[in-house]
Design a protein around this ligand. Structure first.
Ligand SMILES: Nc1ncnc2c1ncn2[C@@H]1O[C@H](COP(=O)(O)OP(=O)(O)OP(=O)(O)O)[C@@H](O)[C@H]1O
Ligand SMILES: [Mg+2]
Length: 421
């Protein structure tokens, strides 16, 4: 049996961690020796081959129309769903309806090839598995994988399927807020209860959850979310502001930039870099040399205060959602033992300031890397579940033994009725 790792499959970045029960924990360095890899697949315009993760960054800049991002947001979705419409508005690649009768799934075109989202998700998870094997020097065959707390059955199934296609047996699908609590090392109490609030501001979505441990069991008490409020929205607002500045001295340039996917891609990459401005730096440059096929150099300085002002309405909305989650679950702010900062953008000083105002300094926990805490928690679950595989929710044919999707009624091999996995 190979090693078991924990994977946090994010819509922006995928992270993996290996740990043994109670002992050493090792981050799994990805291809560029970074602790995470972009959840991205892109076609290399020169070779026509698909590049995955960090290797896809260069190809994506050259040919953004064939750079597939936000693929996790398409898992388990039908083409007509509003969530798919939202993804379409944010990406340069083509999303098509699967050619079948009934409500077709959302599929993705890369060049002239059509892919199901789970195939692309599998490519990302396979890359992660390979990187983990290279780093750990042993086969990696099992994983506990995070799923968003708000995901439905079909989405969870397709995350599971992607992991299986990537050559990983899934030992557990862990709800992200529960993984975060483990990741922060908050052991469940054997008796009585403890209540924590998980503030997860990720790459594309915000989720707030109240997790209560009752007699050793984690219970997701209440949640609220905004599915389109995350780091990507902040990058977009920075791009919009930079372009508004350009327009004042070059009329029409904004429209021309918007019509040029390569320039827009580069601007977004620069906006993301500026957003991550370390707290000791007063300003950042957004620099794109040779936009509009060499016609234009964008060089805009952004001050910390103005960047915070642009993002402030979004962070204020997350605070409203925190209040709503508290109301839904009944605990008052006083009953919350700790507030866990999870997800890359939760590093923003503005987030911390507003949460401190609400809960007080001593309750805010940010001592674990917010990008990695979910993967750390998943790794802890993987280490404890070694040997168990979570296939029991699938349907099994009693005659031929084939496993089927959870909602299948009859076996496609024998035509007979299905039982439980
Ligand atoms: N220091 C930082 N300051 C602000 N934003 C940051 C910082 N570091 C990373 N980010 C942003 O965090 C986001 C990625 O965070 P994370 O990996 O938690 O998201 P994810 O898990 O992939 O997304 P989701 O949870 O929505 O599926 C990106 O938008 C990135 O730009
Ligand atoms: Mg996340």
């Amino acid at each position: 049996m190979g090693l078991s790792i924990g994977i946090d499959f994010g819509s922006a970045y995928t992270k993996a961690v290996y740990t043994t029960t109670g002992a050493t924990t090792r981050m799994v360095p990805m291809r560029l020796n970074e602790p995470w890899t972009p959840s991205m697949v892109a076609r290399n315009p020169r070779t026509g081959m698909l590049e995955v993760g960090s290797s896809a960054i260069g190809a994506a800049a050259e040919d953004p129309k064939n750079a597939i991002v936000l693929v996790r947001r398409l898992l388990g979705r039908y083409y007509h769903e509003p969530a798919v419409r939202e993804v379409r508005q944010r990406v340069a690649y083509e999303i098509v309806r699967q050619e079948i009768t009934g409500p077709g799934k959302a599929h993705v075109m890369v060049g002239d090839r059509e892919f199901a989202p789970e195939e692309l998700a599998a490519a990302i998870l396979e890359e992660v598995r390979r990187d983990a094997e290279a780093a750990l020097g042993q086969p990696v065959t099992r994983a506990a994988v995070t799923v968003p707390a708000c995901s439905h059955f079909r989405q969870r199934y397709e995350i599971w399927l992607a992991a299986r296609m990537a050559g990983l047996e899934v030992v557990r699908l862990v709800e992200a807020p529960v993984a975060a609590v483990y990741g922060f090392g908050m052991a469940p109490v054997a008796e009585g209860s403890r209540t924590v609030l998980v503030y997860d501001l990720g790459g594309s979505a915000f989720e707030v959850s109240v997790v209560r441990w009752i007699d050793g069991q984690a219970v997701l008490e209440s949640m609220d979310r905004d599915l389109w409020l995350g780091g990507e929205a902040f990058d977009q607002v920075i791009v919009d502001q930079v372009m508004a500045g350009l327009r004042t001295w070059q009329p029409g340039v904004g429209e021309r930039l918007r019509a040029d996917p390569r320039s827009m891609w580069k601007l977004k990459v620069e906006a993301e870099r500026a957003k991550k401005l370390p707290s000791w730096m007063p300003s950042a440059d957004v620099l794109v040399v040779g936009a509009l096929r060499g016609e234009l150099d964008v060089d805009e300085e952004i001050q910390r205060e103005e960047c915070e002002a642009w993002i402030h309405p979004y962070i204020a909305r997350t605070m409203t959602l925190v209040d709503q989650a508290l109301k839904l679950g009944w605990p008052g702010a006083g009953e919350i033992e700790a507030v866990l900062l999870v997800g890359g953008p939760s590093c923003l000083p503005l987030v911390r300031r507003l949460l401190v105002e609400k809960f007080g300094e001593e309750k805010i926990k940010a001592d674990v890397d917010p990008m990695l805490c979910n993967a750390l928690g998943a790794a802890a679950v993987a280490a404890r579940s070694a040997g168990v595989v979570c296939d029991d929710w699938l349907r099994k044919c009693p005659h031929c033994g084939a496993l089927h999707r959870p909602w299948a009624e009859v076996c496609d091999q024998t035509g007979g009725p299905l039982g439980r996995g």
